[in-house]
Every structure is written in structure tokens, then in C-alpha cells.
Design a protein around this ligand. Structure first.
Ligand code: 13P
Length: 251
């Protein structure tokens, strides 16, 4: 079963209007000329969504946000609803990133509620899961990610509206990457869990991305693994050349 590779850039809390316009334009231009096999997605902070949307115009690079609230609207100071993201031109929203699970104490139940609301708003969701170093050292990588997948997966998830991202917490921003074999082991396990929870056919078609210090030097070997269907790229997505090199590795 061939799954279309997705390479997504998570810009996190980086970027001002000027530099981001240039970055998005470079990515749009390179995508037009390279005509990569992969789908390409960039997820800038909320303040840059409109700017980046404009800069991507005419290209097939998609736009995503990094979080949303679970309600459609109302008295939630500082929050952004999935309907607002859709209105701003987003295709995707990342949910349950470990930085949000840690910094904002987000539970899997909350991630699930947000994801269900995002699907209702017409967005696609990227649900992030992954173990800490302590959990890995205790041999709990599979059980922790399994529980996160089971508890965070929205009702109504299909292979076309939901993507899973496996991001081992200890590999994020540290320069330490999971070995392709370690990542593949977790990805294969996640696919098994998806088959139990959804169906074999949906699990076979649902994409599972790897995230955590993915860069031009290690992208090929990770993307070559059978159950790794793309990448969620942090640091390396802030430089067009690095990001597009990763995009070009996708088969
Ligand atoms: P880095 O690529 O900077 O390790 O970040 C990964 C990540 O958290 C993407 O969501």
C-alpha cells in the first residue's frame, strides 16, 4: 500500500512577517520547480497565517496551524478556534504536540476534543504522540505511545482527515534522532493500534510521520522505513534549503 508522503514544517514560536514571507515564498517556488513526490505543509504561528497564505498563493504548499481551542467561539481570551483557522485558509492543525502537553498540561482527552472540533470545522489534524527519555529507558516507549494514540484519536478519524506524528520527546530539538529501526518499531506498533481501534484498511492508509531532529542528513534513512510516511520538522523547517532537501528525499 503506497501512502503519499507528507513533509510538514512546524515553525513553532519563530518568525516575524518579513523573514517569514521570504521563507514561504522560497518554499513555494522550490516546490513548483522541484515538483516533489511529497505533499508539503508549513505550520507557522497564528500571527503569520495570513501572510504565509498569501506568500504560498499559486503553489500546492498547504498551510497549517499549531494548535486550536475545542470551542467554535466565545469567551476564551487568547485562544483561537478551528473555525478561525479554516477561515484564515488553513488545511491542517497540529494537536497534542509534546511542547503543548508539557507547557500547557494538555491531556489526551483534551487533544481528542480539540481534534473532533477541528474535523467538524473541516480541518485535517496531525495528532502528536511520543515518549520521554525516562519512559524509553524504562522500556515503556510502546505502551506510552499506544495509550496516547488510543486516548487522543478523534471519533470520526479517517485516513484522509487524520495523520499521526510520532515524536519522541527526547529527540525534539536535541539533535538526537531515533535510529530508523527504533522509529520503525514504534511506527509499526502505532499502525497495529490503529488497526485495532479503527480498522485494518484505515490503518494501512493512515500516515504516520516521524518528528525529532529530522534533517537533510538523516531524512532518507528514516523515510526509507516501511511505516514512516513523512516528517514533522522543527528546526530544519526554518531554512528553505534544508526543508526542501528533506522534501526532495521523499519517494
Ligand atoms: P526538531 O526538528 O527541531 O527536533 O522539532 C521536531 C518537532 O517538534 C516538530 O514538531
Amino acid at each position: 500500500m503506497s501512502r503519499k508522503v507528507l513533509i510538514a514544517g512546524n515553525w513553532k514560536m519563530n518568525g516575524l512577517i518579513k523573514g517569514s514571507q521570504a521563507l514561504a515564498k522560497e518554499i513555494a517556488l522550490a516546490t513548483k520547480s522541484l515538483k516533489p513526490q511529497a505533499e508539503v505543509l508549513v505550520c507557522p504561528p497564528f500571527t503569520l497565517l495570513t501572510t504565509v497564505k498569501k506568500a504560498l498563493r499559486g503553489s500546492r504548499v498547504m498551510l497549517g496551524a499549531q494548535d486550536c481551542h475545542m470551542e467554535e467561539k466565545g469567551a476564551h481570551t487568547g485562544d483561537v478556534s478551528p473555525y478561525m483557522l479554516k477561515d484564515a485558509g488553513c488545511d491542517y492543525v497540529i494537536l497534542g504536540h509534546s511542547e503543548r502537553r508539557t507547557d500547557h498540561k494538555e491531556s489526551s482527552a483534551l487533544v481528542k476534543a480539540k481534534a473532533e472540533s477541528a474535523l467538524k470545522a473541516g480541518l485535517k489534524v496531525i495528532i502528536c504522540v511520543g515518549e520521554t527519555l525516562d519512559e524509553r529507558n524504562k522500556g515503556k516507549a510502546l505502551s506510552v505511545t499506544e495509550k496516547q494514540v488510543k486516548d487522543s484519536l478523534p471519533d470520526g478519524a479517517t485516513a484522509s482527515n487524520t495523520v499521526i506524528a510520532y515524536e519522541p520527546v527526547w529527540a525534539i530539538g536535541t539533535g538526537k534522532t531515533a535510529t530508523p529501526q527504533d522509529a520503525q518499531e514504534v511506527h509499526a506498533h502505532i499502525r497495529k493500534v490503529l488497526a485495532q481501534k479503527l480498522s485494518k484498511s484505515v490503518a494501512t492508509r493512515m500516515r504516520i510521520l516521524y518528528g525529532g531532529s529530522m534533517k537533510p542528513q538523516n531524512a532518507s534513512e528514516l523515510l526509507n522505513e516501511e511505516d514512516i510516511d513523512g516528517g514533522l520538522i522543527g528546526g530544519a523547517s526554518l531554512k528553505a534549503e534544508d526543508f526542501m532537501t528533506i522534501v526532495s528525499k521523499a519517494k
